[in-house]
Structures are given as structure tokens and as C-alpha cells.
Design a protein around this ligand. Sequence first.
Ligand code: 5GP
Ligand code: 5GP
Length: 222
Amino acid sequence: VGKEQREFDYFALALQWPGTICSSTRHCCAVNGCCRKEPLHTFTIHGLWPDYDDGTWPSCCRHTSFDMDKITPLKPTLDKYWPSLYCSSSSTCFSGRGPFWAHEWEKHGTCSAPAVREELQYFSTALDLYFKYNVTEMLATGDILVSNGKEYALSDVIDTIKHAFGGSPQIICKKGSVQELRLCFTKDLKPRDCLTTSAMYKNLSKSKHCPRKISLPTYDPI
Ligand code: 5GP
Ligand code: 5GP
């Protein structure tokens, strides 16, 4: 932790599905997360992650504490599209406090050089990619819609994203529901395949593998 690592190979934009995560979060903890009053039927951001082609990744690379003053103009957008859906506080690498996305900067953002070096650039890059490649819309164009109980073939979900995005996604499940979907990018931010070989599963526990049929449950406010 905290030491310089070799340069990463590609970026993954990790998105999370509130309908799945909020249904297993016992308490509502954040008004912009699982306690919100309005339905939340879109993926939200988990993080922008530098990864290696062998399925591993660097973390907590440079001792650069999160600094809120550097990203003031982006804060409302980050609060809205990058909410914490968990109740646990995020253990940051360096500063030890701050919102979920501050933790993501310290753990992953500090390893994103030379493609992304600064905090403001890290967050604006993540938001740009998130808005440019709207996964929820891509799925809707393939008739894959948010709905309780409805199941879709995993292969259809993957093919729909491949077609619309131009690269194969990585999908993480929890009890047959989509928990997370990752889009991958070259270092100059062009769509590419995520790891689809055994390297992809190297660090993924069996329970997170998706079955052949998966669902995208609704998030309904409590
Ligand atoms: P989990 O065990 O929940 O899948 O992952 C825990 C944490 O490990 C994630 O929140 C993330 O910080 C890190 N992590 C898991 N998988 C990957 C990955 O493929 N790439 C990177 N860069 N980090 C990951
Ligand atoms: P990662 O492991 O991605 O680097 O970060 C996950 C850390 O952030 C964990 O400590 C987890 O408890 C905390 N966390 C807070 N909110 C969220 C959230 O909405 N999603 C995930 N995956 N982790 C969250």
C-alpha cells in the first residue's frame, strides 16, 4: 500500500445496480443512496479502476489524500450519480474519511497515472464515461428492462452491451440479480473488452458469478 506500482493496462468503469444492492442493505443510510424517496432505476457509479491484463490491479499508489476543494463544481453531480449504497464507511487508503467517491480516488485514482493524474481529472473522466455510455439505455434498446421477477438470458445482456458499447462487459451477480456491470476502456478511453478469460474470474468468488438467467430488480423506496 502506498508504493509506486507498474503502469496499469486498461480502465474498468464499475457500475452498481441499486435495485440489487439496496434490497440487501438492511438500513437506509444516505438520502442520495438507498434511502432516497424516488425510484432509482439506473446504474450508479462504483469507481473508475486501473487494471492489469492478468486480472490483478494496483491500489493506493500515491499518497495523495482526497481534497474536496479541488472538485467543488462536480460535487452535486458526484452526490447524485456516485452515491454510497452501503452503510459501512469506506476505508480510505490515506485520509481515512470522506464520501465513497473520495475512497475510490485514493484507492484507484492514485494508480491511474499517466493517463489520469489529478483528482479533478479522475472524477471528470469517470463522469464523462458514465454519461457517454449509458448502460441503462443500452439495455433498454435491447428490450432489457428494469422489472421485478423478469429474467433475461445472461448472453442477451452481454450481447446487447457488446453491440451498443463495442466491448464485452463484466457482470457480477448476487443471488441471480445484477449487482455490478463493468465497462472496459483502453488507456486513451476507447471501448475494449473486459477480461473474459479465466483471468476475469481469478479474483471473483463463486457466489458472484452470474447464472444463465439474470434479473434487474427495481429499487423501490421504503
Ligand atoms: P469485491 O470483493 O467486493 O468484489 O471487491 C472489493 C474491492 O476490491 C472492490 O470494491 C475494488 O476496490 C476491488 N476490486 C474488485 N475487483 C476489482 C477489479 O477487477 N479491478 C480493480 N481495480 N479493483 C477491483
Ligand atoms: P472498493 O472496495 O471499491 O475500493 O470500495 C468499497 C469500500 O467502500 C468498502 O469499504 C465498502 O464498505 C465501501 N462502500 C461504501 N459505499 C459503497 C457502495 O455503494 N458500493 C460499494 N461497493 N462499496 C461501498
